[in-house]
Ligand binder design. Structure first.
Ligand code: NAP
Length: 230
């Protein structure tokens, strides 16, 4: 759709093949954005492309900095700099108790965290250069209410949540009138995927200062209001 509110914007969805990835890609394309969807499984990206026509796809292991740098070169050559990065790589592992928090599970979460560090480091200059750069990340209520049984998960999400708000501080300095990084906070995404897509699109109609560094609760019941601004 070329005439939507996001016409002319290019948005990369990192980890695009989950139900929330498809919903976000659908909302973005419906608003007129060009979308680059990224994941590691070609078959899942093909299925996404079939359900959200017009989405461009790239296979990339985003935990590999070299691969993300190569991805950026490809995207820049094909479509130019991005205006938005929606980071959705997550995953869940429990453990049952503090003693049950395994190194293997921690490595799993560290890998997801590295996808956030890599994509934001590589595409930061794009977000600053854009007339409307936006970074969106989905955090968890576990950050504020951690449990022993999910300590690995909560600690890793807390690190990622903090990383995004550090990016926000950089954007406040480097792109104060144009760029913003926002954390959505949710307990469970089931049933809220389309709502997430709508809220991601809405980031572009909000003044950057209103959403930069904000932690926004994602609930179905009420309209979203930033809970905290730096
Ligand atoms: N689901 C929930 O209830 C819930 C609750 C709170 C917060 N969140 C957060 O919300 C976000 C989205 O969650 P979700 O459950 O919809 O998605 P998810 O299951 O975490 O989806 C993972 C996505 O990331 C991709 N991915 C995984 N490793 C990758 C890598 N190394 N490089 C590139 N892509 C990779 C996967 O595709 P491939 O397998 O093809 O690589 C998939 O598209 C996450 O940050 C999650 O922590 C979710």
């Amino acid at each position: 759709m070329s005439g939507g509110s996001l016409a002319g914007r290019l948005v990369l969805v990192a980890g695009a093949t989950s139900a929330s990835g498809a919903a976000v890609a659908r909302a973005l394309t419906s608003a007129g954005a060009a979308v680059v969807a990224v994941g590691t499984r070609p078959d899942a990206l093909e299925a996404l492309q079939a359900s959200v026509p017009g989405v461009a796809t790239h296979v990339c292991d985003l935990s590999d900095l070299g691969a993300v740098t190569a991805l950026a070169s490809d995207v820049h050559a094909a479509a130019g700099r991005i205006d938005g990065l929606v980071h959705l790589v997550g995953g869940w592992r429990g453990g049952g108790s503090i003693a049950g928090q395994s190194d293997d599970d921690w490595d799993f979460f560290d890998r997801a965290f590295r996808t956030l560090r890599n994509t934001t480091r590589v595409f930061y200059d794009d977000l600053v250069a854009s007339p409307a750069g936006r970074l969106a990340f989905v955090s968890s209520t576990a950050v504020d209410s951690p449990t022993a049984g999910a300590a690995n998960y909560a600690a890793a999400k807390a690190a990622a949540d903090t990383w995004v708000r550090a990016v926000a501080q950089g954007l406040r300095k480097d792109g104060p009138d144009s760029a913003a990084a926002t954390v959505f906070v949710v307990g469970a995404l089931t049933g809220l995927q389309a709502h997430l897509g709508d809220e991601v699109v809405r980031l572009w109609s909000a003044p950057p200062a209103d959403v930069n560094g904000a932690r926004v609760p994602l609930t179905a019941a009420e309209p979203l209001e930033p809970r905290m601004n730096q």
